[in-house]
Design a protein around this ligand. Structure first.
Ligand code: SAM
Length: 326
């Protein structure tokens, strides 16, 4: 989720909620994992759709407050784990959950609540400290922006933001930080806007660089690749995996992982020649094309505009035990 278009709504509105619930087909007694709890929109809908159980995960410590309220309202049917979905299989096993028979949902990126909180530093629309960490630990965006080499900055901005002017942005950052460290989101956005023009579609010039820094700081693509493989390990036959992505880098990883696991990957791959050898499809495709939000959802919630949902159902074949390619 990026903040290219301002939200007319306050708080986080779950994206493609009806499609997510319809594809997960909640049933009484089954277990569902909401790997990106956020403000709990999907968890709430799942709990309301059947007498099922939900375990939610979020790496952001701020999510715990809403999770505690949900726990209080749903007795033993809801539980929350603070951590990353990339390691969901070990988090779940540590709680005694060895198999997920209902389904798993991942709604990638950051929530509107995170974006709209200036103190988190995710957004170029609000002035705040250049932080961008979902967890309150690890390298923050300020350290990276002020310490990385020009080459490293350009690589991240091009690779994770698909910014054509990546080298110019990196050069401008390095020149500006010689004067004084860049510590606020507004300072960084101003530096970027000096070298990147507004595109024809009105996208703010800072959009791609901010996305790139956030993806890098939170190791998002690697997390996604690990999360897909972890879901494959823990889901039992008939269990479903639904992923909502918000930019092409995420969607490509999901699309390729699903293609590979349903047995439609281009094989033998030059990079992974042994990929399909002797393996049976571990998933069945549920969405031939990505599900996109309808115009009415986009007009009510502009942040839904880039969402793409893909879904698969686990077969009884053994997991391939290979991480997706990030
Ligand atoms: C788009 S929001 C999810 C919103 C949620 N579906 C709702 O209805 O409120 C994404 C959430 O996932 C969390 N998140 C992102 N990457 C994660 C990861 N690798 N592991 C766990 N949580 C993650 C973020 O902290 C954020 O709260």
């Amino acid at each position: 989720m990026t903040d290219a278009i301002p939200s007319r709504l306050v708080g986080h509105v779950p994206v493609l909620l009806d499609d997510v619930v319809a594809l997960l087909k909640p049933r009484d007694g089954a277990l569902y994992v909401d790997g990106t709890f956020g403000c709990g929109g999907y968890s709430k809908a799942l709990l309301a759709s059947a007498v099922c159980n939900v375990v939610a995960i979020d790496r952001d410590p701020h999510a715990r407050g809403s999770a505690e309220k949900m726990k209080a309202g749903h007795g033993g049917r809801f539980d929350f784990i603070g951590g990353s979905f990339g390691a969901m299989d070990s988090h779940l096993r540590a709680r005694g959950v060895n198999r997920v028979d209902g389904g798993i949902v991942l709604d990638l990126g950051v929530s509107s609540t995170q974006l709209d909180d200036a103190s988190r530093g995710f957004s170029f629309r609000h002035d705040g400290p250049l932080d961008m960490r979902m967890e309150a630990a690890g390298l923050d965006a300020k350290s990276f922006v002020n310490q990385a080499s020009e080459k490293e900055l350009a690589g991240v901005i091009r690779g994770y933001g698909e910014e054509r002017r990546a080298l110019s942005v990196a050069r401008a950052i390095v020149a500006a930080r010689k004067e004084q460290p860049i510590s606020r989101t507004r300072e960084l956005a101003t530096i970027i806007r000096r070298v990147v023009k507004k595109s024809a579609d009105g996208l703010d010039p800072a959009t791609r660089t901010f996305q790139a820094l956030r993806v890098h700081i939170n190791n998002e693509l690697d997390e996604l690749a690990s999360g897909l493989a972890a879901a494959e390990k823990i889901l039992t036959a008939g269990g479903r995996l639904v992923v909502v992505s918000f930019h092409s880098l995420e969607d490509r990883i999901v699309k390729n992982f699903f293609r590979e696991r349903v047995g439609r990957g281009s094989n033998p791959s030059r990079h992974r020649p042994t990929l399909r050898a002797g393996r049976s499809p571990s998933f069945r495709l549920l969405t031939a094309r990505p599900v996109r939000p309808k115009a009415c959802e986009i007009s009510a919630n502009p942040r839904a505009r880039s969402a793409r949902l893909r879904a698969v159902e686990r077969t009884s074949a053994a997991p391939w035990l290979l991480k997706a390619v990030a």
